[in-house]
Design a protein around this ligand. Structure first.
Ligand code: IVH
Length: 671
């Protein structure tokens, strides 16, 4: 190589730039394959010329395994913590204190998201990352330099036009994106390893790994929001300007920071972000409100560890601990035993919670949740509250491990839990609880839509033995219904009309309503459209079923098993006699080919194919080309200079492939 040093330098600049665009600006400009090629070239070059290897080279993000404990990291200026405000009133009190000390003038604030990660201080000497430490007690933390270097949004070298500052401590939050967390857990599950509990703990644990490779695998991120010591450059005047400077130096700063002229504007932000927080790709637990003017910050100073110029506004907690009073069991439509917790009532985010799901027997066993334990309960948004696990410190000495009942709580028949399944089931087809659930499901909106038959009436119908299975619904009449308590003339009339109207819903809705295992609304529609009549479906072989697009082994087996059962075919026969429509319009068969049913997005410039040629290959192979990346996208074919679509694909975890892959998959040879 004639000019290896120059090439190494150029490669480093290109790789740093790509990293910066990807991890900081969130606007990548080159494809992964191109990035990998650059990195590989640099690695090879540095192997051939070890003297060219520098500490800030992008090849040096993952260092050697740490020997022994972390060294102490001393903060030149202490890392402060924050006092909390929990409501509007406390924010106004904070503002009043600030304005009083400022001489009763108007004070502007910067509102930032309070990222739920852990804070770190990064030291740059002459523009290079020289050390990094955790907060620790505010004066001394752990030296986690090797681990922080693996964080891609941390620049190893500052981006400066002229001279870098002689020394700067950049502070911010190390955190994990929800999408990275989901990807990591999916990988762990695939490897048969225990998934991590939440992004925050995974980030905190990640920073404390002795092997930087293990930290790198967690794909941590960093948002900068403050500086400690700052030497050799004119310091900024305001927090707002500080954030701008940090961005210019190559750091990611959170894009949602707001400058507010008054405390009223700050308060308006709190409601907005509490609403929008679930849509973010990282967890936040509140907002941080900071006096914008840095000179005023200095003047206000701190009381103990808490600065007077900033406050943390905490969102209402979405988790709480409470006592687990009892574990009870519901029987689901398919016989699953669904354990749920009866809790000592507790307020979570403004709602009283006294019941929560325990998922299944496996969850209770794995977390060793016992009756009488103090348990952690979470409620996120509108979802059902769930018991995360026990607080072991508070466990009574005589608490016994929980055992799910061995007989069904509804019918007393023995329950089964098959090897490899997390749910125990009651396999008694005539179990009253399952009957109730099957009838209720049959009547739901997505199935036969019989308004009026919900939880209560379904249970009454089964208990009174007016209805044993879904076909019996069509034998109901005025006289029979009148025997039930609290059913007036008018209600009965409406009910009978709803039952009559449901006869015409068609095969797809009936199939879904029958509650065949693994046959949800989508699969029911596919099967109805492909087979057209219930008889064709009932006599279909496993192979016939597997030919349907989207129907896999598990579903096909379940359908065959359903129609092999006499009790089921009898119900179907009685539905027919009752005049229920059991046919559906056949839909044209889906295209065939290696990409049948797959949606592909093309982005960037491909090495040899034009956009139209690539699209043609996709369609000829049965695929569909779409211009926007969504969860439905099967693959993104990326070329040179792929932009936001590539980033979107990465964030959704959609496989990104190149032209060679496309050619190989569709069987097209190289031109
Ligand atoms: S400013 C004195 N800004 O919250 C200034 N902190 O409760 C202290 N945090 O230890 C930090 N996002 O770990 C600041 N935008 C943000 C923050 C933030 C999260 C964390 C940080 C700190 C804790 C204080």
């Amino acid at each position: 190589m004639p000019d290896a040093p120059a090439r190494a330098q150029a490669l480093r600049a290109q790789i740093d730039d790509a990293n910066y665009r990807y991890h900081v600006l969130d606007a990548p400009e080159i494809a992964d394959v191109a990035y990998d090629a650059l990195l590989r070239e640099l690695i090879e070059l540095e192997e051939a010329h070890p003297e060219l290897r520098t500490a800030d080279s992008p090849t040096q993000r993952v260092g050697a395994v740490q020997a022994g404990k972390f060294a102490a990291y001393e903060h030149i200026r202490p890392m402060l913590s924050l006092a909390n405000a929990f409501d509007e009133e406390e924010l106004r009190a904070f503002d009043e204190r600030v304005r009083k000390l400022a001489g009763e003038r108007d004070v502007a604030y910067v509102v930032e998201l309070k990222i739920d990660g852990l804070s770190a201080s990064l030291r740059y000497d002459d523009g290079r990352l020289s050390a990094a430490g955790t907060r620790g007690n505010g004066s001394v933390g752990d030296d986690v330099t090797a681990n922080v270097r693996t964080v891609r949004s941390v620049p190893l070298r500052l981006r400066t036009e002229g001279e870098p500052p002689a020394h700067i401590d950049v502070r911010g939050e190390v955190y994990m994106r929800k999408s990275d967390f989901a990807r990591l857990n999916a990988r762990r599950l695939a490897e048969g390893r225990e998934p991590f509990a939440n992004p925050r703990n995974t980030a905190a644990g990640g920073l404390r790994q002795v092997d930087p490779q293990a930290t790198a695998e967690r794909s941590l991120s960093f948002f900068a929001y403050a500086v400690g010591a700052f030497e050799g450059a004119t310091p900024p005047q305001s927090q707002w300007e500080l954030l701008e400077r940090l961005r210019a130096l190559g750091f990611a700063t959170n894009p949602h920071a707001q400058r507010c002229a008054t405390i009223d504007e700050v308060i308006a932000c709190t409601a907005r972000f509490d609403r929008e927080r679930d849509a973010l790709d990282y967890d936040i637990d509140g907002l941080v409100v900071k006096v914008d003017d840095l000179a005023l910050q200095e003047q206000l100073g701190a009381v103990g560890k808490d600065p007077r110029w900033a406050i943390a506004y905490k969102f209402r907690a979405r988790e709480a601990t409470t006592r687990l009073l009892d574990i009870r069991v519901n029987v689901g439509r398919t016989g699953t035993l669904n354990p749920y917790a009866v809790l000592e009532p507790v307020q979570i985010g403004g709602v009283t919670v006294q019941m929560a799901t325990l998922h299944n027997e496996e969850h209770i066993e794995r977390k060793d949740i016992r009756i009488g334990d103090l348990v952690l309960v979470v409620r996120a948004g509108d979802v059902i509250p769930k018991v995360v696990g026990p607080i072991l410190a508070g466990r009574a000495a005589d608490a016994l491990p929980y055992r799910l009942p061995t007989v069904c709580p509804s019918c007393d028949e023995p329950v089964e839990r098959l090897a490899g399944e997390v749910m125990a089931r009651c396999v008694n087809w005539t179990c009253p609880a399952q009957r109730v659930e099957r009838i209720r499901h049959f009547c739901t909106r997505g199935a036969m839509d019989i308004e009026g038959i919900g939880d209560t009436l379904a249970a009454q119908l089964v208990e009174s033995e007016l209805v044993r299975d879904v076909a019996d619904i069509y034998a109901l009449d005025r006289d029979r219904l009148a025997t039930l308590p609290r059913l007036g003339e008018k209600t009965i009339g409406n009910l009978l009309a709803a039952i009559a109207a449901s006869r015409a819903r068609g095969l797809a809705r009936v199939l879904y309503g029958l509650g065949i295992r693994f046959v949800g609304a989508t699969n029911a529609a596919i099967l109805a459209g492909d087979f057209g009549t219930v008889d064709a479906l009932a006599t279909a072989s496993l192979e016939d079923l597997l030919r349907s697009d989207g129907i896999g082994e598990e579903i096909a087996k379940s359908v065959v098993a359903f129609f092999a059962n006499r009790a089921n075919t009898e119900v179907v026969a009685r539905l027919r006699t009752a005049g229920v429509e059991l046919t559906a319009p056949l839909r044209p068969r889906e295209p065939v080919g290696p990409l049948a049913g797959k949606t592909i997005v093309l982005t960037g410039t491909l090495p040899t194919l034009t956009r139209d040629e690539a699209a043609e290959l996709v369609t000829a192979a049965g695929g569909k080309v779409s211009s926007a990346v969504s969860k439905k996208t099967a693959y993104v074919v990326a070329g040179e200079e792929a932009g936001s679509k590539l980033a979107k694909a990465e964030s959704l975890g959609i496989p990104v492939v190149d032209e060679a892959w496309l050619r190989e998959t569709v069987g097209a040879s190289e031109r």
